[in-house]
Design a protein around this ligand. Sequence first.
Ligand code: MIG
Length: 820
Amino acid sequence: MRFSSFAVESGGVAAAGGQGSEVRVWGESDVLVVSAPLPGVLRVRLLPEARANSLGFPRAPVKQSFAVRPDLPAGLTLNAADLEDELLVIGAGLSFRLDRVSGAWQVLTGSGSSARVLVSAPVWGGEAPTQRPALDAERFNLRRSRLSLDAPEGAAFLGFGERVGPIDKRGMHLTFWNTDCFPHHTETDPLYVSVPFTTVLHEGRAHGVFVDEPWRMEADVARAHPHELRWASAGPELDVYVLSGPRPADVLRRYADLTGYAPMPPLWALGAGQSRWGYRTAQDLRDVIQGYRDRNLPLDSVYVDIDYMDAYKVWTVQRANFPDLRAFVREAGAQGVKLVPIIDPGVKVEAGYDVYEEAVRGDHLVRTARGDVLVGEVWPDPAVFPDFTRPEVVNWWAGRHKFFADAGIQGQWNDMNEPACFSLREPRETEGKTLPYDARHGNRPHLEVHNAYANGMSEASRAGYAKFSPQVRPWILTRAGYAGIQRHATVWTGDNTATWSHLSLSLPMIQGLGLSGIPFAGADVGGFGGDTTGELLARWYQAAVGYAFLRNHSALGTADQEPWRFGDTFTDVIRAALNLRYRLLPHLYTLAQAATRTALPVMRPLALHWPADEDAVREDTQYLLGEGLMVAPVLRAGHRRRLVYLPAGRWAEVFNLSEFGAVHAGGQHVVANAPLHTLPMYLRAGEAVPVTEAALHTTSARWERLSWLVHAGRDGFIGQLFEDAGDGPAGGRLTRLVGERQGTRLVIRREAEGDAPAFEQREALHILGLSHVREVQGAASFAYEDGVLRLTLPARWQTVTLNLDEEDDDTVPTDALPID
Ligand code: MIG
């Protein structure tokens, strides 16, 4: 019998059965611990060979997680029952069944005849993934702990962090090892961000599996073995969380309940950014800002890459290039533009350089297996690496941010935090250009904490700005990350290339990050490596209208790719795309705020809202902004039309966020006409989306002019709007616009929670789908234009009532799953 003994523990007191917060099972050598951290979440710690591996057998060692939020409340109560050779544990709305003889286990939802198996591990441990053995797999025992889960026919596996490939990762072999690879290709794995969390869709229902191990891991997603999801970790255990659904949105919410929600970004971070590796001086940036303003192009931020530093020394500025950083930040600010500087982790070794001296004095650095400070080469050469896995080092680094905060900066770009290391003074075994497997972080090997390195660095940045500039919202951009990174930073997808395939790839990559609990993400617009073209750049800006993070960035030595570099035709198309973005900001900001409460990403894959529709689940060339606004950019050179998949419901073509076109029944593909200046969009019946006017930069998220684009369904419609100052402390007003059909009337109400605005909002409604309105009460004016009812509203309106003709019955009910 593999598991001969078990104990139910509550507050450290063990009993042989009954109730407690933890059920621990053990036998000759293995340990398994079940707990229920949150409703709908069961945690199963698997410790094979624990007797040989861990201190305190048959207890499980205390574990510090980089992913789980630090303020997680105490776990829920479990009930355990010993049924001969089977152990049954019930808690958190789930049940866990263990065959004590074989070690096979399952997690189920529901009970009796409605019970469904979510996760099934038919053998204890299981075989290692067989694909692509890593370098030195044997010597470092990279597949030390293993788990095989059933992968039922037809199930789709979403998420897993930052990955190439389609939305469904079934058929892929994935490695969790944050890697700086330039250039990456459409087959490269792994990339910069590792999140061992997947949402499994099966028969229209969702559940989640999260393996909280920062150790190097692999997952074989039904590739080598078509009906198994195999995990392997270089660490001594697998810490598995099973999250119940039934909707993908439930899984994401539970994952964020466990690992934390993203904080609210300032509004300017949703505006347009311009960057380039090659902007060197304050004058370069001044010219860029002027270039935008001269051409009436919206811009909210400029980025400055490594060349601003003095000899690549972090927390320094080369005086000749930036004579007065603070003055420049103020000057850019007067144009509505924020400055975001890059910071790398590598610290130059140089006697007398205060950052280096402090790091050495404070014992803040990563060491070699022998115990010396580890020295490598990055941009600074030689360079040493702060050990961001230790809280005191995070604290020290946070303190360094005073340097930028004092200059009036509130955003930061953290690069190279995989960590990247071009070469080592003393070569040792490793994987990719990073630190050696056996480097030391306190007493942990690099192999254990590599993936979590960026989390500590970004946590420090957020904490630093929060401390030194408490009046504004910090905004941090990171390249690398592990589960939980969403608490600290927005992710950009690193070094893509100026190719059409990378434009296409950006959509499943960003959506995959969203499905990995990271709602704020974006890709370099125009492509980082290689020379872009006017057409590619224009189409990229269109596709990026719904990126949560929109920034044009390119590599040193590539052709200039600011929006005006390819002639007026393309500049005009790009301006139109940027104007769309700025007009959509009320909606995007509302989605951003929703992300901080629901974990639903800004750019949503169709799979989130239509998990039972196979065409929707597999569609990765389109995305949703909210439940009902579909965006279908052109992703191919020369194309002027494209196929668009519309899920169930009725969808109206929307042009330029102001005109409606044909209405299509969903559940089919339609052809969109998309000449160069057009970004195809569709609004679903039952949805209302708030938009404003174009602007050259953001100011406040209290929109003085607001229009609702409404596609009325048979039952009416619903829309949401979040407003606040756009920066500073949290708090604001959430408004629901509700249109409700009551017999032959449609009553439109505005329901607001939170502070009332201290200004007069000028509001209008543009409603499609109501062609027979006879009479309107409560509006300032109304008129029909091409079948669209246009209403202007008096200040502080509350209700508008439309009297409809009986025969107005040409819409069908909405059938989207409600989310909030
Ligand atoms: O070794 O700072 O992904 O955005 O421009 C390259 C220079 C370092 C990689 C980043 C890229 C940035 C570049 N960096």
